[in-house]
Design a binder for this molecule. Sequence first.
Ligand code: NA7
Length: 530
Amino acid sequence: MEQLDIVIVGAGVSGLYLIHRLRGDGWRVRAFEAGTDVGGTWYWNRYPGLRCDVESLQYSYSFSDALHKEWHWSERYATRAEIHRYLSHVADRFDLRRDIVFNTRITGAAWDETAGLWRIERTPGEAVSARYLIMASGALSQTNLPDIPGFDSFAGPVYHTGKWPKENVDFTGLDVGIIGTGSSGIQAIPIIAAQAKSLTVFQRTANFVVPAWNKPLAPEVEADFQANHASYREKLRWTLSGYFTEVEPNALLSLPRETVLAELERRYAIGGLGFTHAYADVRTDRRANDFIADFVRDKIRSRVADKTVAEKLVPRGNPYATKRLCVETDYLETYNRPNVTLVDLRETPFKRADSGGIATTERHYKFDCVVSATGFDAMTGALLAVDPRGRGGVSLRDRWRHGPTTYLGLQIAGFPNMFTITGPQSPSILSNVLVSIEQHVEMIGDMLGHMRARGLTRVEAEPSAEAAWVETCNALAATTFYPESNSWYMGANVPGKPRVMLPYIGGVGTYRGICNEIAAKGYEGFELAA
Ligand code: NA7
């Protein structure tokens, strides 16, 4: 069996930087990637309208000044194609492809206590072994399909936004159904509606949406970011969410109503995810939360011509900003088109599907094809699909049957020498994940270097440190409205998934500070051994 120092699962944003960093540190690394190319999320998700909801200058690696200087982003929010070109460029520029095996899925891994090695199964190919196993398999990569009885019998194509075909899908002249109105659905709907003969949107939960106001990247904005690259990047690392936002220092409720409304108008005109953080007390004060929620609800009403349709699009039930705010372009106006129908699944749920289409409790809809924009088994799905077996043969599935427990989202007690990039209980996809990925890669790189310098070969989260960290994460979440929400942050989108807050919500900067302190204390909470 071939033996490596480090096996990396996935060649997305995390995998690429891991290869670069760890190979540079002198480790023998290899990444295994199920796709035929690099890119991860930006390889698999190809649906029309896909853009990152974090601004392009901030959603890029910071580890190389030269890389940053030579790359030019064309728009405020980059398209999938542009991000994929960027990641391909990174792979070529740093000669990463020679350490990636494409078309290969990791299907299992087991810790061999005696040898102190991971035995890793792949398909196709022989098993390999490695001292360290790093799961860079993505927090939003395991797709979630709708549980409609008979859905398998639908005769036309079903396209999941997260596993989109490589060839162009042309909806011209077709009757199309789309299920899901999260970030993916909201981006795809306007583009598909413009092509299709008819588009029927099945909405289970209306979402809070704000405009992207996407535009070409202004030369002066890019020049400023280039000129101040190092300081901007350092600031980003200590922000709440890993992207720049202006957080109003005063509590919303301490200000006159007119002042708040004017400020919200100003922010709506800027658009983007920054709107989430207008006032810090929206996360903890019900009346502040309601105030912003009502502002966004009124904006939704003002952009949709049909009052009945508008009311269906107004989010209710989940507090504001407890699900990812959806950043949109022409989404609401799409419902003013004559070829678009909105079906509210709360009023008329799915009954069954058949070869010709889908029936709700109200009527049958005939489709040529269906788009499933139904999201992902977030944060744990890709890890549980591999279902590694740790010390004593314990499977991760068993270990996490009541929900994930980790130390810092980096390691799991009982799974020595295995790391998870942006795992549960780290800021992960609650943040600009580029910033969070770089922080995890660098922390692991530093830790492995620290160990090697001391002749140590084994690292495992201490159960007590893990328990304390999980407690910290849960206690923090409990001070906010997140636990009330039926979101994928809470695992609520996947039937049967344990209901726990998956990301750490204390903020990117706070988390980094905690990690740095732990590292400075010789990696406190990690048991390091020879
Ligand atoms: P999301 O945000 O999980 O959205 C999935 C959507 O699909 C959402 O509207 C769901 O409704 C809906 N859904 C899921 N399962 C069903 C079933 N069974 N029936 C009907 N509707 C369903 O995934 P996205 O891909 O849009 O975005 C993921 C992240 O990518 C996003 O947050 C950004 O970070 C980028 P629900 O709200 O669960 O009621």
